[in-house]
Design a protein. Sequence first.
Length: 468
Amino acid sequence: MKVKNPRTGQYYYEIYPPSAQELKSKTDAMRHAQIAWQNGGIEFRIKALQAWKEVVIEHKEELIDALCMDTGRKWETLLEVDLVASSIDRWSNISSVFFSNTERKTSSIPFLEIEQGLEPYPLVGVISPWNFPLLLSLIDTIPALMAGCTVIVKPSEVTPRFIEVIQKTINQVPDLLNVINYVEGGGEVGSELCKLTDIICFTGSTATGKKVYQAACDNFIPVFLELGGKDAVIVTETADIERATSAILWGSVANAGQSCLSIERIYVQRSIFNQFLSRLVGKANQLNLAYPTMDSGQIGPIISEKQVAIIDHQLEDAFKKGATLKAGVTKCEELGGGFYCRPTVLTNVNHDMKVMTEETFGPILPVMMYSTVEEAITLANGTQYGLSGAVFAGSEEEAMKIARQMKCGAVSINDAALTAVMHEGEKNSFKMSGIGGTRMGPSAIKRFMKQKAYLINSQGVKDPWWFA
Ligand code: NAD
């Protein structure tokens, strides 16, 4: 499979997806390795992952280079690579506490006691997207490894260059041999993994998520789906406009809007609408494209060409239906063979437009006026998605009252897109944004283990319900 450079539009790399037979041999070897990985215990697993962390740090520059080439952006990549080490450290601490808590408990029946066992799923399949190639390939992988599972990871075929580097770091830690493996490939390899693994963690679009759900159903395995979003922000008349516009701009256009948790709809109370809009437009116009170099500005290229077509289509649809351009562009610009989209502010938008109801995954900020808070909440809840959202209001109490009525998994209060940086709050994805237990917070590790109860007659007492 050929891979394109998002800054030049040129094919510049190739990947070689494994055959079904090669995948089967690999997963057989991993199932075999899992026994020792599980039996080694948590301290052994922490030691192995800490050793891996050191090797990853040694190869940091190589990893950054590969990721920058595939994504065409820099500062987001530096953040992504740094998160690997902090994530291994965080999960080392959480897992150590989690596994130390296995004492026997009494039950409601006086002579019976309970010991709670946990059995890891032997082989976890992770399928990840292109927008944060490294981070999203590891977000479920690290807790799964800590739980005692082995993990086979298939990142997106759009951004696969880092796979060779990360696999090289894994190969340098003997205890991780066949415990974690990365494989290259597209949808076929992903779909094959749904047949070969015991649990699937999928991050990607809602459309593909449905296919994965179906495949997991045929194989009768659990699935965790983290899918698309259309995050809304509500700004009330009491909000600090200066603060709200800065935070919302960051939450909408960081990584050129290519984040599931980007703010994609902005609802602003009528009395502050004009003031809000003029500050937002002023700030949006100050941002620059990261072109001709990655350091030239804040807005990098649109990484996947498929996404360029979606953004252009939504803009065209919005203008056809009456939207007004206040800042930015009417379509993505082609520069040096890559595609870029300036922060684009739209008004006169409504829910008949795709830009207000379908995921855009680009730096587009449609701003809609509302009169009552009830109306704003109805609009915010008015899409098929329910990933996250945000509220800006003059007091925390006012913001919380609104946040409690928003149908989504996480709400940033007087801030925006906080799930990008804060991985400790436990949350589910609502509606078509996903299914399955929380991937954030300490209880995320439980997803990778079956609970098993040992019911012990510790006193040798004859049970009263036995036949006489
Ligand atoms: P995608 O659905 O096109 O692809 C995701 C992954 O699925 C890729 O690795 C792809 O090769 C694989 N795949 C494709 N067909 C498959 C099949 N039939 N069976 C198994 N795997 C298959 O998504 P994308 O375009 O790479 O990523 C963008 C999407 O990801 C957006 O919708 C975004 O919102 C979503 N996303 C969600 C989160 C989240 O946490 N909720 C995070 C990041 C991105």
